[in-house]
Structure formats: C-alpha cells, structure tokens
Write a protein that binds this ligand. Structure first.
Ligand SMILES: NC(=O)c1ccc[n+]([C@@H]2O[C@H](COP(=O)([O-])OP(=O)(O)OC[C@H]3O[C@@H](n4cnc5c(N)ncnc54)[C@H](OP(=O)(O)O)[C@@H]3O)[C@@H](O)[C@H]2O)c1
Length: 254
C-alpha cells in the first residue's frame, strides 16, 4: 500500500489509545502506514488495535506491547517487541504524558513528582532508548509531544510548564547532536486541545481538536520539521509571548 507522502511508513506510537495520539494513529493507518502501539492499559491497547486494524483495511493486524512511562524497565522490552513485529521503523512518536492543574500539583507533592518524572525524566529516557534504536538502524524520526506551556515560565503552569520546557530543550539539543547522523527530531508544541486530558477545563481562544493536530503533526513528520506549533495560530501567539519582557509577564495572569 502507498501512503500519501510516498511509500508506506512504519511507526511505533507510545500513548495513542486516546486524545491526539489516537487521532494521529488513525491518520497514519488511514493512509496506509503500519503502526505498533505501546501503552499502559492492556484493554485500551486491545481496543485501539482492533479499531486501527479495521481502519487500515483489516489486512495487517496492529500489534501492541506494554510500555509505562512510570516504569522505565518496560522500555527496552517494548521496543524489542515493536522492532520484531515491524522489521524496519521509520519513526517513533511519544504522545503519552500527564497533566495536572497548578493547584492540583501544588496540593499533592506525590502527584507532582509523578508528573515531573513521567513528562520529563522518563520521557527523555524513553527517547534516549528510541533514538539509539533509530540510529543503529540508519536513522529515522523521533517525535515527542511537548507543549506551548514550555516556551515561557507562566503563572498558571509553573510545574507542568517546567516539565515541558525541559523536554523541548532536550529535543532541540538532540536535533543538533544527531541530525548529521540521520536522526530527525520533531518537537510538537500544542496549544489547548480538546482531549480527555483537558476534560473539565475551560477552553481558551484558539482551542484545537485532535484531528487537526494529527494533520499538522503528520505533515511535520513527513517534512522533518523540528518544531511544530498546533493549531498553527499558536506559532504567532508564542512568537509574541516569547518576546514579552519579564516585568509584563509578572503583571499579567497569562
Ligand atoms: N490536550 C492539550 O491541550 C495539550 C496541550 C499541550 C500539550 N499536550 C501534550 O500532548 C500529549 C498528548 O496529550 P492528550 O491531550 O492527547 O492526552 P490524553 O488524551 O490524556 O492521552 C494521553 C495518552 O498517554 C497515555 N499515558 C498516560 N500515562 C502514561 C504512562 N505512564 N505511560 C504510557 N502512556 C501513558 C494514555 O494512556 P491511557 O489511555 O491508557 O490512559 C493516553 O494514551 C501529552 O504529552 C500532553 O502533555 C496536551
């Protein structure tokens, strides 16, 4: 089968059982790509695999393996299973992540520690394992979901934003270090997107939908774009926010 951007591609997806990851997986199989799902819930993985198999035409069953960002000992066995099933791999995408409001995270230090560990330390460790595999096999794309929340230190997202700032910095540096060796990094910076993660939160202006994000991200992966803001209006918004002096940032509630 031939995908829109050329030949069919093979992707490993961590965290594609709902939200933006699920939308991305659906777009991939819809154009003929093969995907292998990594995630935490066996039931959710099985349900997603059945859905994607059917959307892909039913000829290539989508396979799965357990991989938990709270349990780094699962990373290598999960990647082993994915490589054994796919043979060659064009890209590895991490959409898995945790969120808590600033109030929730300040009130619960253990929850805060878990969020910081999952979103930063363990995502980076998973990306390290992933980029080693990709480089060993001649290169490929490593795509991870950061956030606009990591671009500036802001009052409403002190802790979550810090976890994403660290991830964005890691991905930028990884791009510099391994681009010549064949690694393509894609750092996705969504604005507010309506997913299970943001359920119950009041959507701000420019709130996006998972499928629109998936379209932007797939295009960025195909074109090896190192940074993608999505919905695209956030590129303009963050260009302005990044230039605001600290004095103004301190005064505004944003
Ligand atoms: N939604 C937004 O407005 C927004 C904005 C900026 C950035 N982001 C970032 O974009 C990414 C995707 O967000 P989303 O809104 O699509 O989230 P979501 O709907 O909550 O989906 C998150 C996915 O991560 C998986 N996951 C959670 N904890 C995990 C763990 N410990 N190990 C492995 N997988 C785990 C979930 O699996 P289960 O289904 O099994 O729980 C689910 O598949 C996240 O990194 C998020 O921080 C989101």
């Amino acid at each position: 089968m031939v995908g829109r951007g050329g030949l069919m591609k093979k992707f490993i997806l961590l965290g594609a059982t709902q939200g933006m990851g699920r939308a991305l997986a659906r777009r991939m199989v819809g154009r003929g790509d093969h995907v292998f799902l990594l995630g935490i819930g066996p039931d959710e993985l099985a349900r997603s695999a059945a859905d994607l198999t059917q959307r892909g035409g039913g000829t290539t069953p989508v396979q799965v393996a357990i991989c938990d960002l709270e349990a780094p000992e699962t990373f290598e066995t999960a990647l082993d299973a994915a490589y054994a099933a796919l043979g060659t791999v064009d890209g590895i995408v991490v959409t898995a992540g945790m969120f808590g409001t600033q109030e929730q995270l300040e009130a619960d230090p253990e929850f805060c520690r878990r969020m910081l560990t999952v979103n930063f330390a363990h995502t980076v460790m998973f990306c390290e394992a992933a980029r080693k595999r990709l480089l060993t096999h001649g290169g490929g794309t490593l795509c991870a979901f950061s956030s606009v929340a990591g671009d500036r230190g802001r009052k409403p997202v002190v802790l979550y934003g810090a976890s994403k700032a660290g991830l964005s910095a890691y991905l930028e540096a990884l791009d510099h270090r391994y681009h010549a060796a064949g690694l393509r990094t894609v750092c996705v910076k969504p604005g507010f997107v309506r997913t299970p993660m943001t359920e119950g939160l009041k959507p701000p202006p420019f709130a996006g939908e998972p499928d629109g994000v998936a379209r932007d991200v797939l295009r960025a992966i195909d074109r090896a774009k190192p940074v993608v803001y999505t919905p695209r209006i956030w590129a303009l918004v963050m260009t302005i926010i990044r230039t605001l002096p600290r004095l103004i940032m301190r005064k505004v509630g944003f």
